[in-house]
Design a protein around this ligand. Structure first.
Ligand SMILES: *Cc1c(COP(=O)(O)O)cnc(C)c1O
Length: 224
C-alpha cells in the first residue's frame, strides 16, 4: 500500500533541504505533483495530504482529472506537448502551460485564449534531435514572433535533461537554462517576465533546485 502522507512529507522535506542548501527559501520552489500514473480517485488521496499544484502531460487525461477535481483548491499545470487542434479544448482551463515549443502553437493559443495564459517556453538545451523545445539558437526568433501574441505570457523557461545524462551533464544543462532565463528576464520585454524556471523531476529535482528551479515536476516519488 502506498503511504501518500509519508511520500508527500518526504518529497517536501527533500525539496526544503535542497532549497536550504542553495541558500534559497523553500517557498521559492513550487512542487507540482504529476498525477499521470494514477486515476483521479488515487490522485485525490495524494491531494488530501496537502498538494496544491497538480500536473498532467496529456490533454485527454488532464480534462478527465479536471472534471473530477475542479472543485478543489488546486493550481492546474499542463506539462506535456500540446497539439494545435487540442488547444481550444483545454487552454482556458490551465493555470500554467509548460510546453510551448513552437511559434505556430503560440499563435493558436493567442487565437483561442479568453484571458492571459501563463506559458513556459520549452527549451532543448542539449540540442538532442529527439527532444521537444526550441534550441537555444532559435529563441530570439521565436520571441520576436511571440511578441505579437499578447495573451501568451511567457513566465519562464521549461527544460528537461536527456534521459541518459550524467549528474554533471544535468547540472550543466540546468545551469545554462537558468543563465538564459536571467538574460531574458533582464530584457524586460512586454508580457515576457521570465521570472520562473520549470525543471527537475523525481530523479534530478535536487540539481534543478541548486540551479534556480522555481517549479519542480514530481511524479514517481509520490506513488512508489
Ligand atoms: C512524467 C513527467 C514528469 C514527472 O516525472 P517523474 O520522473 O515521474 O517524477 C515531469 N515532467 C514531465 C513533462 C513529465 O511528463
Amino acid at each position: 500500500m502506498t503511504d501518500f502522507q509519508k511520500n508527500k512529507d518526504l518529497v517536501f522535506e527533500q525539496v526544503a533541504q535542497a532549497a536550504q542548501a542553495a541558500n534559497r527559501s523553500k517557498d521559492s520552489v513550487n512542487i507540482i505533483a504529476v498525477t499521470k500514473y494514477v486515476d483521479s480517485g488515487v490522485a485525490a488521496r495524494l491531494i488530501d495530504t496537502g498538494i496544491t499544484h497538480i500536473g498532467e502531460n496529456r490533454v485527454d487525461v488532464f480534462l478527465d482529472k479536471y472534471e473530477a477535481l475542479k472543485d478543489r483548491p488546486l493550481t492546474w499545470h499542463l506539462i506535456g506537448s500540446l497539439q494545435r487542434r487540442k488547444v481550444k479544448n483545454v487552454i482556458n482551463l490551465v493555470d500554467y502551460f509548460h510546453a510551448l515549443d513552437s511559434v505556430k502553437l503560440a499563435l493558436e493559443i493567442q487565437k483561442r485564449a479568453e484571458h492571459t495564459i501563463k506559458c513556459f517556453l520549452q527549451v532543448n538545451i542539449s540540442g538532442e534531435e529527439s527532444k521537444h523545445g526550441f534550441k537555444v539558437s532559435e529563441i530570439d526568433e521565436a520571441l520576436a514572433a511571440i511578441s505579437e501574441c499578447d495573451k501568451v505570457e511567457l513566465v519562464g523557461l521549461m527544460t528537461m535533461a536527456p534521459k541518459d545524462a550524467s549528474g554533471n551533464e544535468i547540472n550543466d544543462i540546468f545551469g545554462r537554462a537558468n543563465q538564459i532565463r536571467q538574460e531574458l528576464q533582464k530584457r524586460g520585454l512586454p508580457h515576457m517576465p521570465f521570472t520562473e524556471l520549470s525543471m527537475g523531476m523525481s530523479g534530478d529535482f535536487k540539481l534543478a533546485i541548486q540551479n534556480g528551479a522555481t517549479f519542480v515536476r514530481i511524479g514517481t516519488s509520490f506513488f512508489k
